[in-house]
Write a protein that binds this ligand. Sequence first.
Ligand SMILES: C[S@@+](CC[C@H](N)C(=O)[O-])C[C@H]1O[C@@H](n2cnc3c(N)ncnc32)[C@H](O)[C@@H]1O
Length: 242
Amino acid sequence: MSDPIFILHQGLLREAPGSDATTLRALTLSGVSGPARIADMGCGPGAATMVTLRALPEAQVIAVDHHAPYLDTLEHRAHAAGLARRLQTRVADMRAPGFANGTLDLILCEGAMYFMGIEAGLRAWRPLLAQGGRAVFSEVVWIKRTVPEEARLFWMEYPEMTNRDGVRRRVEAAGWRVIDDFVQPKEDWEVYLGPLGARADALRPEADETLRGVLDGARQEVELFERHSDAYAYAVFVVEPA
Ligand SMILES: C[S@@+](CC[C@H](N)C(=O)[O-])C[C@H]1O[C@@H](n2cnc3c(N)ncnc32)[C@H](O)[C@@H]1O
């Protein structure tokens, strides 16, 4: 594993702002229950997958990611928790994850929709849903009308970033409707950025120049949030085909 990004992220159990409480709230709003078939797209090391397996004791979860080591981590976590029987992992591109049409009751996607774009993602996933199926995704959004310059410059790496209304419009443009949405609490960032910052600091003394560049980026992300957490947030959207 020589990619400096993966060196930084190795061992982290959450790869985006989130929390068990937020996933639980989203699952409740989605109305999913019983022996549902649920895909966790861009699952990473599986924080949301684990919450889902625990919260829905009859559900099957298929966790999809194109980075196989994350899925190994998730499998270990599920085995250790006695939940592996209802988990499948799939190394795949979530843009074409290989599910038969009409076979998923819920698609979860925490902090990974931006890799596909909201409209493209929802259009690609719509055929996969069974009758009455829904999707839940989280997305970084502006929550302040006037964006501080420093935050705007940092987030230029994601030029599509918009506010909650902007996300709602994209959902509708894709032929879906928003059932509910909420801004995630600030603590969800701390759950993610705390371990990320600590790992970056621990790696720094031995880091070569390339890795140092990646560690600097992580430190910048942590410090930006400390200064401008009133300007942007993650938000969860619970959606269904219109
Ligand atoms: C920001 S992380 C979020 C991970 C996880 N959902 C969480 O909240 O901890 C995004 C994840 O999406 C995965 N990913 C990105 N593009 C992907 C693609 N096209 N197909 C499958 N996985 C992808 C990455 O490997 C990574 O695990």
